[in-house]
Design a binder for this molecule. Structure first.
Ligand code: NAD
Length: 351
């Protein structure tokens, strides 16, 4: 039974606590730390006997592993402290604020003794994983364009640090967009060049951008686009992911948990689309078929992420989303930010 600690009991801690029941045979949250000790106490109240402390050093003897979910400027110091104390660490993304800090954490990474895994939760969602598999294996032909659209409303009610570039490490792109840059690199391979244009118009609480437009080109020739905002006062699409392939367009619907193939340039071939449809799906249109549906109720990727962390600890395996692997998406973002300041296209070759 792995004794898990949580450092930082803010908005993200509730998501991690979702793993409590499904994984109760493998782990227990035995301690919670937050400088706002009332938050640690509120979380600890959910687990009989759990410790609540203001200073995370006071909980280290009571845990084998920790989830670090604190403001980004603290990731480096806390991560290093916990690794040096021999604790397995699941660090919320992004790894740290600068390349030098990231490289120090990578140098301190002795995975799996102890494990250092990054919390890029989408990497564990079966829907997003399947989408990536379709693209990497060219299941629907060559991929030539992917777009990822995310609309959220995130202001400083979650914590003043969200708006501060020096604590967040940048703006919306660095904090939330890093998920999608990571996925695009994972799906499409080596980037060649790209641009970022951001604004804080509409999100005046953000020192840096609250809204981002990213364009990327990859060595395969594929291009990609990511739009993300923290200023959405309303939304129809919320999350929309489209991949144009030479044999059709794939659409990931995060809320519905589906991947749909659209083939509107053919005359329509219902038998062919039926053959491609996922088990139990019957296409009612010759131009469209659900090819994958996420099993179960969905929304539990954070549990699957915790399972992956426990697998690494128990089976002494290195994590797929390692500190080193997670640096790549941050390097892209830093180069995009630098080029934006110079009003140039970023050269991303070699990342
Ligand atoms: N994977 C995702 O989709 C996702 C979503 C939201 C947040 N996050 C990540 O989770 C992390 C935390 O974000 P959040 O939204 O929960 O922030 P938050 O502001 O809601 O919570 C942060 C908590 O850390 C506490 N804290 C600050 N300094 C501390 C210290 N020295 N020791 C212990 N606790 C301390 C704060 O009091 C607060 O309770 C960030 O890395 C963020 O990027 C990930």
């Amino acid at each position: 039974m792995i004794r898990m600690g949580m450092i930082g009991c803010g908005s993200m801690s509730g998501s991690h606590l979702a793993a409590l029941q499904p994984l109760e045979s493998r782990m227990r949250f035995t301690a919670f730390a937050d400088i706002d000790v009332a938050r640690a106490e509120r979380a600890a109240a959910l687990v009989p006997g759990a410790l609540a402390v203001a200073d995370y050093h006071a909980m280290l003897d009571a845990v084998d592993a920790v989830v670090i979910a604190v403001p980004h400027d603290l990731h480096y110091r806390l991560g290093l402290d916990c690794l040096q104390a021999g604790k397995h660490v699941m660090m919320e993304k992004p790894l740290a604020l600068t390349e030098a800090e990231c490289r120090e954490l990578i140098a301190a990474d002795r995975s799996p003794h102890p494990v250092l895994m990054l919390g890029y939760v989408m990497r564990h969602d079966p829907l997003w994983r399947q989408f990536g598999d379709y693209l990497r294996t060219e299941a629907f032909g060559q991929v030539f364009h992917v777009s990822i659209w995310t609309e959220q409303f995130t202001d400083t009610t979650r914590g003043a640090w969200i708006g501060q570039a020096s604590r967040l490490g940048g703006g919306q792109l660095f904090s939330h967009g890093c998920h999608y840059i990571d996925l695009l690199l994972n799906w499409l391979g080596n980037p060649v060049c790209g641009t970022h244009i951001g604004t804080n118009r509409g999100t005046p609480w953000m020192e840096r951008e609250g809204t981002s437009d990213v364009s990327l080109k990859f060595a395969s020739g594929a291009t990609a686009y990511h739009f993300g905002t923290w200023g959405a006062r309303g939304s129809r699409l919320r999350y929309a992911v489209h991949a144009h392939c030479t044999e059709g367009m794939l659409e990931l619907d995060h809320a519905a948990g589906t991947i749909t193939l659209h083939r509107s340039r053919t005359d329509g071939d219902l038998p062919a689309m039926s053959a491609l449809a996922a088990p139990g799906e019957s296409p009612d249109e010759p131009n469209r078929a659900v090819v994958y549906r996420r099993p179960g109720q969905g929304g539990k990727a954070v549990v699957q992420q915790m399972e992956a962390f426990l697998d690494c600890i128990e089976q002494q395996r290195k994590p797929t989303v390692s500190a080193a692997a997670s640096l790549r998406s941050l390097q892209v973002i830093w180069k995009l930010y630098e080029a934006e300041e110079r009003m140039q296209v970023a050269d991303l070759r070699g990342i």
